[in-house]
Every structure is written in C-alpha cells, then in structure tokens.
Design a protein around this ligand. Structure first.
Ligand code: ADP
Ligand code: MG
Length: 339
C-alpha cells in the first residue's frame, strides 16, 4: 500500500488533538479555568455560563493576574509558570502544571484573556477572535478574566458529542461544586444565561459543606479527623439516613484534587456495609492527604484517578477510620477545617 511521507503536524492541529483529551466538554473548560484562578490565589470567583457553556464560559478572578508581556506565553502550549524542573514536578502543589489548558481551549474556541497585575497601570487583553493572537490594552480590574466563546465551532465532529445545553450546564455546575467544597474561603458567584444561579459566600468549611449538600446538615453527618504518621483523613460523612439513590453527594479529594477512585469508593462502601442498604449511596466529603511519594495524582490531565503505592494499606485505613466515625457519637460541630 502506498503511504504518505511522514511530516510534522502543524501546531494548531496538535493543540486541537490535545483539546480532545483535556477539554472534551464545557465542564472541562470550567475546571481548567477555575483551577488556574485558584492557582493564582483568587479569593473571589465569578463564573458565567451561557447556553450550557457552548455559547460562552467566562471566569473572572481577583488573583495575581498575568503581566502583559507574558500574555502570549500564557496561551502557548507547554508554557507554564508552575514548574521548571523534574523535581518541581515531583512536589507540585498547584492544580495545573502542564501549560496546555489555555492553548487547548483556544484551539477550539474564540478566547479572550484579560488581565491586570497589582503593579501595572492598566490591564491588557489577548484574543484570537480575529484569527491570529492580538494583544491590546484593556480596562480591567486586578486579576484575570477568561472568556471562551463558541466552543468547538471549528471542530463540528467534537461538537456533535455534546449533550443538551441543560446537561452540559449541570456538568459545569458539578465541577464548580467540587471546587467550592475544597475552597470554602473563596467566594463563588455563578450566573446561568445572564441570571444569578448560585452564590457561595466565603465561609468556614462546615458552613460550605452544608450550604452545598443540604442533606448533610442538621446533625445528619459525622466529622472525620484522623491522622497517622503519614496519612490524614478529614471531612464529613453522612449518616446512613442521608444516603441517596444516586451517588451525587460523594466527594473524595486526594492531596487537594477531586478524584473518583474505585479503591477509595470501595473502602467507604465497605465501612457502611452493615448500616446501609446496597442500593443507597452514602454522602461524604473527604480529604485524604499523604506524602506525594505515596501517590501519583498525575496519571492524566482530565482523568480523576490516582495511583497509590500501597493501595491495600490505604483501603484498610480509610475503611477503618469511617467505621469508627460511624460508631462514635461526636457531633459535626466539633469539626475542624479540612485540608
Ligand atoms: P498551567 O496551568 O498548566 O500552567 P495553563 O494553560 O492553564 O497551564 O495556563 C498557562 C499559564 O498562564 C499559567 O502557568 C499561569 O502562569 C497563567 N495563567 C492562566 N490562567 C491564569 C489566571 N487565572 N491567573 C493568573 N495566571 C494565569
Ligand atoms: Mg492550568
């Protein structure tokens, strides 16, 4: 068979291929933008989602901002301010580090990043709306605003895989809830199609949990706060009565990252075995912390799985901690802030 000669792919195509993995739907765009804002130290976040995020996603933060000279780099693949060396990677504390989110999103949308830093006299915006990147002075508050328009307009094949605007919006909202539960000191305002949809004011951790997961409030949950030499598990678990027919109140974080991990879910499930009917899902918000050497959270940019070095020990310990919390009489008001 005749085959074409080998050639290097153009950069835009490489980004579009990466975009298929990193930002496969509007909710993944929201996740990347919110993670960037948190990495920049934001304490206030405004999120606007129009048309299920397909029409428009806007995330405005009051974080450190991006200097005008760095704006072109911010939207370039493999350019990051978060790691420089392999050893940085091994102890990475930021949510991002690959330097490909903004470039990937831009390759499948019309994106504008406006930003001002504390020292600057005014802000700047970079946009690909005219087809090429253009940086201009712009009036904007300190912090960064990223606006993403017409997601996947250039990749109709990808667009076909999206669900209804309603479904895509609720996926976006799920992501926001996950991030808000882990960041109670940040205030969040969410607009849907121009109307205020949700507001989570900066608060302590239990107020945030009960604000988002009402079913866990009013004595319907127990605090978790256990520590060994190298593992720490904190958070709250719902009493069996708070369990639901759906697993939409299950939030597990490993070293600050939201995960959906079979092993961890199984450990929790096993602890509830004797007190919960098999078709019910326990409610929980749990933060597991362990040394970076014991866990690999960098399996894949968009996936929420982790790998433990000693998975058997983690499973046993998590199960044991939850079992003893379920049988203790401590009240959730004694809860100390998580993380
Ligand atoms: P990564 O987060 O992996 O570094 P991104 O493509 O998401 O890659 O972002 C590229 C760079 O742009 C970041 O390293 C950061 O320096 C800058 N940046 C992106 N978003 C923000 C933001 N909201 N506030 C401040 N800087 C940002
Ligand atoms: Mg990022």
């Amino acid at each position: 068979m005749h085959k074409a000669p080998i050639s290097l792919l153009p950069d835009v195509l490489i980004s579009q291929i990466a975009a298929g993995e990193v930002v496969d739907r509007p909710a993944s765009v929201v996740k990347e933008l919110v993670e960037n804002a948190l990495d920049a130290g934001a304490t206030e976040m405004t999120i606007r989602i129009d048309g299920g995020g397909i029409q428009r996603i806007l995330v405005q933060d009051n974080g450190a901002g991006i200097p005008a000279t760095e704006l072109p780099l911010a939207v370039t693949r493999h350019a990051t301010s978060k790691i420089q060396t392999l050893s940085d990677l091994e102890s990475v504390v930021t949510l991002g580090f690959r330097g490909e989110a903004l470039a990937s999103i831009a390759s499948v949308s019309q994106m504008t990043v406006s930003s001002a830093t504390a020292g600057a006299t005014h802000g700047h915006a970079i946009s690909n709306r005219t087809g090429a990147w253009l940086t201009e002075p712009a009036a904007c508050p300190i912090g960064t605003t990223v606006e993403v328009l017409s997601l996947y307009f250039s990749t109709p094949a990808r667009r076909k895989f999206l669900k209804t605007e309603q479904t895509e919006f609720f996926h976006c909202l799920d992501v926001i809830k996950r991030m808000a539960l882990a960041n109670p000191s940040v205030s969040w305002v969410v607009y849907r199609d121009g109307k205020l949809y949700a507001r989570y004011q900066a608060s302590d951790w239990s107020a945030r949990v009960f604000g988002i997961l009402e079913a866990m409030a009013d004595g319907a949950s127990k605090p978790i706060d256990f520590e060994t030499a190298d593992m720490k598990l904190r958070g709250a678990i719902g009493l069996p009565d708070a369990a639901r027919g759906r697993g939409d109140m299950q939030f597990f974080y490993v070293n600050g990252r939201f995960v959906k991990d079979k092993l961890l879910n199984h450990a929790v499930r096993a602890a509830y075995e004797d007190v919960l009917h098999g078709d019910k899902f326990p409610a929980f918000v749990l933060f597991l912390n362990l040394p970076p050497t014991e866990v690999d959270v960098n399996v894949h940019p968009a996936k929420t799985e982790v790998r433990f070095r000693n998975s058997k020990a983690v499973h046993q310990w998590v199960r044991q901690v939850i079992l003893s919390a379920l049988s203790s009489s401590r009240a959730v008001s004694e809860l100390s802030p998580a993380q």
